[in-house]
Ligand binder design. Structure first.
Ligand code: TRP
Ligand code: SF4
Length: 335
């Protein structure tokens, strides 16, 4: 029996290289060895985009196409849409009794996000909705409705997983042993830095390279990337380890010999940054080409994408129905 992996993403924008190297690439490897549920978390996306439903709707399809393009195989992965599984919403309601408001307010992920919102909107938190505060509860339902055992997420999501585990323990202690405590699937992938040198690549930070970026866009972005600030003239020696161009060379270029050349020439002052960036642009385009070709196929065949989501959602729904039958029985509401 294969173990069940469950992960999800909010459909709020296209995938960028941070998503790919920080998560997606690893998911592609996992799909062979696990029973893999991949949730397109549109309900969760609506917690901060309730006033922009069109954005969420469009991105359900955009993100699915991006995920298919990087090599996730719909024969191996159940792609499903969160809002099409009413059992998740039902389970969220039951779980909401098992968690206190103060515990949610103390959740570091939620706390961080609230702080960011305050910074962005400059209010005192009045705009924090009940739904937003409660999204960790709904995420616990996302995982456990499908009996998720392993959750491959980054460290920023760990507090949400911990909250899920607490809810599971509480549920089991009151209603009997029904649910499994999920665990983080640890992988050696890490956060990808932005072209501007920021610790994180992100849409809101404006420093991301998207999988769908065309050659012109890549060129503009790479040309503006941060290099070693001490290198002024073309033949100044520099330190590639502080340069984002070299950082990206290492990400997209698998040719070790070629990487050594970039590194050594940079240190020796035998390479200009403009040339170095031009080479990176070329490598980046080579790297993105097969992904974009695959993506183009799905752009031209949107009915296939719909079918993939329908099939995955049907499979996921069957699983959630089974799980909810057990939950209702344990809670003595199986009328
Ligand atoms: N909160 C996750 C994110 O913002 C997305 C998500 C929704 C998720 N449901 C999930 C992740 C279930 C793991 C498991 O990236
Ligand atoms: Fe960066 Fe290349 Fe310039 Fe060195 S030569 S500082 S690696 S862009």
């Amino acid at each position: 029996m294969k173990k069940t992996i469950l992960t999800g993403l909010r459909p709020t924008g296209n995938l960028h290289l941070g998503h790919y190297f920080g998560a997606g690439k690893n998911w592609v490897k996992l799909q062979d060895d696990y029973n893999f549920y991949l949730e397109i978390a549109d309900v969760q996306a609506l917690t901060d985009n309730f006033n922009n439903p069109e954005k969420v709707r469009v991105n359900v399809f955009e993100i699915t196409k991006d995920l298919l393009a990087i090599g996730l195989d719909p024969k191996k992965v159940h792609f499903f849409i969160q809002s099409k599984i009413p059992e998740v919403a039902e389970l969220t309601v039951f779980y909401s009794n098992l968690v206190t408001v103060s515990r949610l307010e103390r959740n570091p992920t939620v706390k961080n996000e609230i702080a960011q919102k305050k910074e962005l909107f400059g209010n005192n938190g009045e705009s924090i909705t009940y739904g937003f505060l409660g999204y960790p509860v709904s995420q616990a339902a996302d995982i456990t409705a499908f009996d998720g055992e392993l959750v491959p997420v980054g460290d920023d999501q760990l507090p949400l997983l911990e909250q899920c585990r607490e809810i599971v323990r509480k549920f089991n202690s009151i209603y009997g042993e029904v649910l499994k405590e999920p665990e983080q699937y640890l992988s050696n992938v890490s956060r990808v830095r932005g072209l501007d040198g920021n610790e994180k690549m992100g849409k809101s930070l404006g420093n991301a390279i998207y999988l769908i970026d065309d050659e012109e866009t890549i060129k503009n972005k790479v040309m503006n990337a941060v290099t070693d600030p001490n290198k002024i003239k073309k033949d100044d020696p520099a330190d590639p380890e502080v340069c984002m161009v070299y950082y990206y060379h290492k990400l997209v270029n698998n040719n070790q010999e070629n990487l050594n050349t970039v590194c050594n020439e940079c240190k020796a002052g035998a390479r200009g940054c403009v040339q170095c960036k031009k080479e990176l642009i070329e490598k980046m385009n080579e790297f993105l080409k097969p992904i974009q070709e695959k993506r183009k196929y799905y752009d031209e065949n949107p009915e296939e994408v719909v079918k993939i989501l329908e099939d995955g959602t049907n499979t996921a729904r069957e699983k959630a129905k089974e799980q909810m039958a057990k939950v209702r029985k344990a809670m003595k509401i199986d009328y």
